[in-house]
Design a protein around this ligand. Structure first.
Ligand code: PMP
Length: 293
């Protein structure tokens, strides 16, 4: 079956899908995106993704290319046409096509691309295998609450991680605090069993998975704290993990080559993965969707 992409009003074969060379996304990274995860045919955290998209668009003064309702229908249609039940939907909106010039163009229409990709179904066993992360200085701009397509520091960080044999890079601010991963949120479990992840601010992207895990923790009576933690604290933590729409809840068993806890997937991490899966299969996603910075 050949893949289908949605590009500015048309469904086209994926391999022929293209945008104009003067699309401002291509020339200036002047655009935003969302990645929705599909689990057993269900879109996870759709409301949250749409709210976060609304925030990103509004912060950059980019118009909705179609109504929010139409966008929701289009994303489902792209998933349907690609027969994706487990996988990802990628949605990108840029400021559109205009003669190359830095100020916002007067009459450009925002451009919309949607693709979908199958992935193996969520596999708890695989997620429990544990990965390594490295730490790197956070050299990004200062608005991580906006899901901008300008991802150069993120891809450089991820590449450095992969070259070091690690799965992810945790980004560290000038105060030696871990902000988040290059494409995930960062978590630790303290010695007294408290979950810790960076508070929402312009320093992190408020992950939809992060919100689901927090809500699942609250419902299950698991203690948590939303605050920055240092690399030092992470190194002496009992457990660590990352969250994202693609990695779900993934155990971290080493940081900069040093073992976290006993080097095995933590008990609370494994529990949070179970609670997360239960939560998304029940509620479909977080209900608190108004905190984007
Ligand atoms: N932080 C960054 C920088 C990311 O790119 C992502 C993945 N989109 C996340 C956090 C996690 O967000 P989500 O749970 O919504 O996938």
């Amino acid at each position: 079956m050949s893949r289908i992409a949605y590009v500015n009003g048309l469904y086209v074969p994926h391999r022929e899908a293209c945008v104009h060379i003067e699309d401002r996304g291509y020339q200036f990274a002047d655009g935003v995106y969302e990645v929705f995860s599909l689990h057993r045919g269900q879109m996870i955290g759709e409301t949250g993704h749409m709210e976060r998209l609304a925030h990103s668009l509004s912060e950059l003064q980019i118009d909705w290319p179609v109504s929010r309702r139409a966008l929701s229908i289009l994303t489902r249609e792209v998933a349907r046409r690609n027969r994706v039940r487990d996988g990802l939907i990628y949605l990108q909106i840029t400021r559109g096509v205009a003669r190359r010039d830095h100020p916002f163009p007067e009459n450009a229409e925002s451009a919309l691309v949607i693709t979908a990709r199958r992935l193996p179904a969520l596999d708890k066993q695989a997620l429990r295998s544990g990965v390594g992360v490295i730490t790197l200085p956070d050299i990004r701009w200062k608005r991580h609450d906006i899901k901008s397509v300008s991802l150069l520091p993120n891809i450089l960080g991820k590449q450095q991680a992969r070259e070091a044999g690690a799965y992810e890079a945790w980004l560290v601010d000038d105060d030696a605090m871990v902000t988040e991963g290059t494409s995930s949120n960062a978590w630790i479990v303290t010695k007294d069993g408290e979950l810790v992840t960076h508070n929402t601010s312009q320093a992190i992207l408020n992950g939809i998975t992060r919100l689901s895990v927090l809500e699942a923790a609250a419902e299950a009576g698991v203690k948590f704290s939303e605050r920055p933690f240092s690399v030092e604290e992470a190194l002496s933590a009992k457990e660590a993990f990352i969250t994202s729409s693609t990695s779900h809840v993934k155990a971290v068993t080493s940081i900069d080559g040093k073992t976290v806890g006993n080097g095995h997937v933590g008990e609370l991490t494994a529990r949070m993965l179970d609670l997360y899966v239960e939560f998304i299969e029940g509620k479909g996603g977080p209900s608190k969707t108004d905190t984007w910075n």
